[in-house]
Design a protein around this ligand. Structure first.
Ligand SMILES: C[S@@+](CC[C@H](N)C(=O)[O-])C[C@H]1O[C@@H](n2cnc3c(N)ncnc32)[C@H](O)[C@@H]1O
Length: 227
């Protein structure tokens, strides 16, 4: 890990020297350049893009960079494939995915504050192929997308310790109704549709999806819809 940080610091120095820049903005911009070039970026480095208050929740609530890279690589089977992130938080999964693949990522987030953080960061760093919408997922139809990513977004309804903040209504029934909505939307998608779940109880995965691979201690699961 230490080696990785040293390598990143060296790369950062080299890049800044070559490009004649040393501002904080440019160093932050370099995170996306590194992701694009396939160079490793630690979560610590990525999460520094966020303000201190968002950094506090990042480790627990946002997909780690290496997990996001593996998920995005599975979901984007060809340039332009449209990927939906159900509950996009501050946009980490979508931003990493859009930087590492040629997919088009859309993040749906119910918390306005997190939605704004994701949108502002994307605009500031001019990240292409990513958009964020402020909405509850139940108002979104999945048939406009090719592939779906799900990081246990509804868990806060059954375990209050998992709540990011108190700005949304939570209720046990919502966990089941949101999961049912996602399950039905996924079930209505065409054969071959790809789904990745992370830390999920699989309540939202229809029987029509078959498991292809599990990674990261079985927490990341990759699925394909059968006929
Ligand atoms: C565990 S975080 C994952 C964030 C992001 N997908 C990532 O991996 O970086 C789950 C997010 O889902 C959001 N969420 C929960 N229920 C939602 C709903 N019904 N509609 C939209 N967003 C929701 C939460 O506000 C939270 O930001």
């Amino acid at each position: 890990m230490l080696d990785l940080h040293c390598k990143q610091a060296q790369d950062a120095k080299k890049w800044s020297f070559l490009h004649g820049v040393n501002s904080v903005h440019h160093l932050k911009q370099m995170v996306f350049q590194q992701l694009k070039s396939g160079l490793p970026v630690s979560d610590e480095t990525f999460d520094r893009l966020y303000s201190a208050s968002v950094q506090k929740i990042a480790a627990f609530y946002f997909t780690p960079v290496e997990v996001a890279k593996a998920a995005a690589a599975f979901l984007v089977t060809a340039p332009g494939k449209k990927v939906l992130d159900i509950g996009s938080g501050a946009g980490k999964f979508c931003m990493v995915g859009a930087s590492c693949t040629e997919g088009a990522f859309t993040g749906i987030e119910q918390r306005q504050q997190l939605h704004l953080v994701a949108s502002e960061l994307t605009a500031k760093h001019q990240i292409q192929n990513v958009q964020f919408l402020h909405s509850n997922i139940i108002d979104i139809r999945f048939d406009q997308f090719d592939a779906v990513y799900f990081y246990n977004a509804f868990y806060e309804n059954i375990w209050s310790d998992f709540m990011i903040d108190q700005t949304t209504e939570t209720h046990r029934d919502l966990y089941f109704s949101y999961s049912k909505f996602v399950r039905e939307q996924l079930d209505s998608m065409p054969p071959g549709t790809r789904l990745v779940t992370y830390f999920s109880f699989l309540e939202e995965v229809p029987a029509s999806y078959s498991l292809q691979q599990s990674l990261f201690d079985d927490k990341l699961k990759m699925w394909v819809k059968e006929a």
